[in-house]
Design a protein. Structure first.
Ligand SMILES: Nc1ncnc2c1ncn2[C@@H]1O[C@H](COP(=O)(O)OP(=O)(O)OP(=O)(O)O)[C@@H](O)[C@H]1O
Ligand SMILES: [Mg+2]
Length: 233
């Protein structure tokens, strides 16, 4: 078990205005697994990712990653945890506008003692001809590929993806998913993918539904299809 979440509770606000968002989440993700997290808007998907990523404090329960209880780490150890384990991909790519594609990726290269090869990664993500352009000069899909490259350059154990295809058309979404699938295969990267898209769950190993702050349903996907075969993206 690589990620283990035990009775995780998380609320925002205090006293009368407190909102209980996660109310006893239990789930786990194994090494090498891709996992989709679904649930209606406001069900706490992003909050859950942020708790796993050590970007939010939790009220009670535990988030254990590779044997380390993340919620007990002090801020220095937490930074180290994020640095050495995690890559984040968001719906809106958060690229640095005045850096080129290549520079945006390089910013994260130094975070690892054993980063992936920058040129290979740029080549693999189809960014070679765009590497010296600025984000404003490339398309949304190309920007998302750049954001993925940036998350991957340090070869993280875990990739946290919050609506990675939310802003993309169906063809570009498929390209991105094929890429994520390839990365998972080659590097065994664990992926937690939050998505409203119903098709994506067909390509992953595990599916988790959140409702009322808890895991309502969870199953292993016995009949995975490859990303290239996904329909209705
Ligand atoms: N920083 C915050 N302060 C207060 N309330 C918050 C904060 N972040 C999230 N919430 C509330 O927590 C609940 C869960 O939010 P969250 O963003 O995790 O939902 P989500 O499942 O990701 O939704 P969506 O599918 O719309 O992205 C919502 O009711 C939201 O308003
Ligand atoms: Mg969200």
């Amino acid at each position: 078990m690589f990620i283990e979440i035990n009775n995780l509770k998380k609320s925002y606000g205090q006293n009368d205005s407190a909102v209980q968002v996660l109310n006893g989440v239990n789930m786990s993700v194994d090494k090498g697994q891709m996992c989709v997290i679904q649930g209606s808007s406001g069900s706490g998907k992003s909050t859950l990712l942020n708790c796993i990523g050590g970007l939010e404090t939790i009220d009670s329960g535990s988030v254990v990653v590779n044997g380390v209880e993340v919620n007990t780490l002090d801020s220095e150890k937490l930074s180290e945890y994020r640095r050495s384990n995690l890559g984040f991909i968001f719906q809106f790519y958060n690229l640095i506008p005045n850096l080129t594609v290549r520079e945006n990726i390089r910013v994260c290269e130094y975070l690892s003692d054993s980063p992936l090869n920058l040129d290979e990664l740029i080549e693999n993500l189809g960014l070679k001809e765009h590497q010296n352009k600025f984000p404003s000069q490339i398309s949304g899909g190309q920007q998302q590929r750049c954001a993925i490259a940036r998350a991957l350059i340090k070869n993280p154990n875990i990739l946290l993806c919050d609506e990675p295809t939310g802003a993309l058309d169906s063809k570009t979404s498929k390209d991105i998913l094929i890429l994520l699938e390839k990365i998972n295969k080659v590097y065994g990267t664990i992926m937690l993918i939050v998505t409203h898209n119903n098709a994506i769950k067909n390509m992953v190993h595990k599916v988790v539904y959140l409702k009322d702050g808890m895991v309502k349903r969870e199953y292993l996907n016995e009949s995975r299809v490859s990303a290239s075969e996904l329909e209705d993206l």
